[in-house]
Design a protein around this ligand. Sequence first.
Ligand code: 4AD
Ligand code: MG
Length: 432
Amino acid sequence: MSEVVRISDFGRHVGQEVRVQGWLHNKRSSGKIQFLIVRDGSGFAQAVVARSAVPEADWAAAEAAGQESSLELTGRVKEDKRAPGGHEVDVSAITVRQAVHDYPITPKEHGTAFLMEHRHLWLRSPRQHAILRVRHAVVKAIRDFLDDAGYTLVDAPIFTPAACEGTTTLFAVPYFDEGTAYLTQSGQLYSEATAAAHGKVYCFGPTFRAEKSKTRRHLTEFWMVEPEMAWAHLEDAIQLAEQLVSALVARVLETRREELKTLERDVSKLESVQAPFPRLHYDDAIKLIQSKGSPTQWGSDFGGTDETIIAEAYERPVVVHRFPSAIKAFYMAPDPERPELSLSADVLAPEGHGEIVGGGERLADGELLLKRIREHGLPEESFRWYLDLRRYGTVPHAGFGMGIERVVTWLCGLEHLRETIAFPRMLYRIYP
Ligand code: 4AD
Ligand code: MG
């Protein structure tokens, strides 16, 4: 029996007879020849079944197989420049493992609600396949970049005793005799502890926000990478974010061209993404959006439209820095020159994709930190350990969080971030 070869490896098997294990994506027939588009997870390829070249039973089985039938075939790999993926198989035998006749997602247009309800199947379509492959490349690029830069991966817990990013978006979970635990909103506070142990760290895992907002940019469960550096300031965090974003754009352009083509992404918009990015002080960002008609006043956070206005003023990602402390989390260090401002920075993606990175310099001073915890009405008792970090060898430190789904949405040029995670969790969706 021939060797099982994945479609993505066809290039190394031209002229050889191989076995392909996969599913029927689509087909057409001329009576004497069936053209099957087969997918095997690694890619899509056309399999040419000539009536004269296969046993009669195999021909009949292929003819009776509908979309998403599982099948195994044997055939010779041929180069064909016009074929998707550049290759074709001349089939000599085919076994249908399961003939399917009622696959719910047909090549016709379906509404999003229907597709979301069938997300477990929708994942097989070329677009969804391409998006998740871009996501994988992004995750790998982030890990490679940080690992190579000397960061140690130390993951943060998911059950936590208190809020990190504000009390309004917490998911509460009953936790034995300890009372209530909360699903983490960010691993940052724990990364501050591990940064004091390892110097440069990152955590990379799922985070949870009980966001009541039903927008195209919010999930209730999303993945975030959070690097944290000891002995570092706002500027260091900004530079790391610029370099990281640039590195992963470059990697996706290098390794996921095919997928970006499937997604009809205009890659010229990505090719110009290179550090450093333009910088905009919050004061100037407010002036900019007001000059374009935004009603947002100094002291407020930006709305989605504001972020789009800012991003549209530049062709590249832009860094907005020094937001008012009042609209930022309790742990932000104040700007020594203007204490009403925080040493914070967001990176906004171009083309209206909004905030992809948020971070800054942390409050290193224990007394001020305690004051902030009280002002924010946070449970002091749960932050005892966090305050210890300011008691035993406190240093300036900084970091940021980057949301994976936001980044993939931008890179793929999607309307909504729900397609960038296999099984999205949103305000009105927890199935499948
Ligand atoms: O700006 P955020 O809330 O920052 C933090 O959580 C910090 N503690 C991170 C840090 O400094 N270590 O969130 C960071 C990023 C955002 O820029 C965005 O990309 C993403 O997380 N994000 C979301 N992504 C999807 N759905 C949501 N509901 C998100 N909320 C934030
Ligand atoms: Mg933010």
